[in-house]
Design a protein around this ligand. Structure first.
Ligand code: ADP
Ligand code: MG
Length: 354
């Protein structure tokens, strides 16, 4: 059941900026949906069109079964939490939360009850009389959330809501938001440029690049089955090797990695010309002895080792003896202890993991 339908929506600013470029997809009722992509790819613009702060140049937006053309932001069944979660500094928390109801003439007694409910949802029930200046950044963020929830929207739109918080608090708030969404049961649409944030919170993610939606899928599917190079590179860490198609046979493809080696990997569909071979770091094994022949094998010299406690990232440079014009730089997990810069190692992976 779609609560939001976006149909062929384009937004241009002036002649030259196409912030959102012919985008179509549905968001379902009760979803925790993320718009993910690098800075400038059009996430905020798309969210603002849902909220009604921007008008599409072309296309249509339908929310809860109704076309939104000509419908003002305050008449839409959505509410937005902004990146800079501004709260009114001269009003206490309870009045901040009740503000949106007060301006639409809801009776004072009802405002009080609903503000208390909203504050309880964000675990600030005892903070109603505090002034914003007496709150931490995380608490102010919760006030902004309560202020949006108090109007009981069908959809909550959140634009990078956690970007102003430090890393630890951000992770805690990610869990909080997921809990909150389950509790209230309404649709959340969150904008973020942080792939970890999107992967850990959302049911489904739309990955955007340059105004276009590249792929929409559940987190695990995006990670395991990226449909293009951009998504593969953007979601998680990915080793990418540039190559050329050397031959296709059945559901196998042969790829020349710039004269270094030829690999055979599973592939479906037609392919020719330039192609990238992609493999996740955790699928790659490093070792000093030669890997089994049925694995894809590359030999390299360790150029850098970055230690992270629970894992290390090992960077290899290709050293096959053939003149190499490409830098094979790879992050890989290793079971080989005491890897040092300059070591000659084999990296290998199962072709099926490509
Ligand atoms: P994101 O939120 O993904 O970082 P935005 O939606 O803010 O991206 O911006 C997408 C593109 O549209 C950018 O190139 C940005 O400069 C441009 N843009 C956004 N808002 C405006 C505006 N009001 N006027 C002109 N250009 C804009
Ligand atoms: Mg933005």
């Amino acid at each position: 059941q779609p609560i939001i339908s976006i149909k062929d929506v384009t937004k241009e600013f002036g002649e030259n900026v196409r912030a959102v470029d012919n985008v179509s997809f549905d968001i379902l009722e009760g979803e925790f949906f993320a718009l993910l992509g690098p800075s400038g790819c059009g996430k905020t613009t798309l969210l603002r069109m849902l909220a009604g702060f921007e008008i599409p140049t072309e296309g249509q937006i339908i929310i809860d079964g109704l076309p939104m053309e000509g419908v003002n932001p305050n008449r839409r069944p959505v509410n937005m939490v902004f990146q800079s979660y501004a709260v009114f500094p001269h009003m206490n928390v309870e009045r901040n939360v009740g503000y949106g109801l007060r301006v639409t003439g809801v009776p004072e007694a009802e405002i009080k009850t609903r503000a208390q409910e909203a504050l309880a949802l964000v675990k600030l029930q005892d903070f109603g009389k505090r002034m914003p200046s007496q709150l931490s950044g995380g608490q102010r963020q919760r006030v902004a959330l309560a202020r949006a929830l108090v109007k009981r929207p069908k959809v909550l739109l959140l634009d990078e809501p956690l970007s102003a918080l430090d890393a630890k608090l951000r992770e805690a708030m990610q869990l909080e938001l997921v809990r909150l969404q389950k509790t209230v049961g309404i649709t959340f649409v969150i904008v973020t440029h942080d792939q970890d944030e999107a992967l850990s919170m959302a049911n489904r993610i739309a990955v955007m690049e340059k105004g276009k939606v590249k792929q929409i899928a559940a987190p695990a599917d995006l990670y395991e089955f990226p449909n293009c190079r951009f998504v593969a590179d953007f979601i998680g860490k990915m080793n990418l090797f540039q190559g050329k198609v050397a031959g296709v046979a059945g559901n196998q493809i042969q790829i020349d990695l710039k004269g270094i080696t030829r690999v055979t990997v599973p592939y479906s569909g037609a392919a020719a010309g330039d192609i990238a071979v992609a493999v996740r770091p955790e699928k790659v094994q490093l070792g000093r002895s030669e890997p089994a022949a049925n694995r894809i094998r590359l030999r390299g010299r360790v150029s850098e080792v970055a230690y992270f406690g629970n894992e290390s990232h090992i960077y290899l440079e290709n050293a096959t003896g053939v003149p190499v014009s490409v830098n094979l730089t790879n992050a890989a997990r290793t079971t080989t202890p005491n890897v040092a810069i300059g070591d000659e190692l084999w990296m290998s992976w199962d072709p099926a993991d490509t």
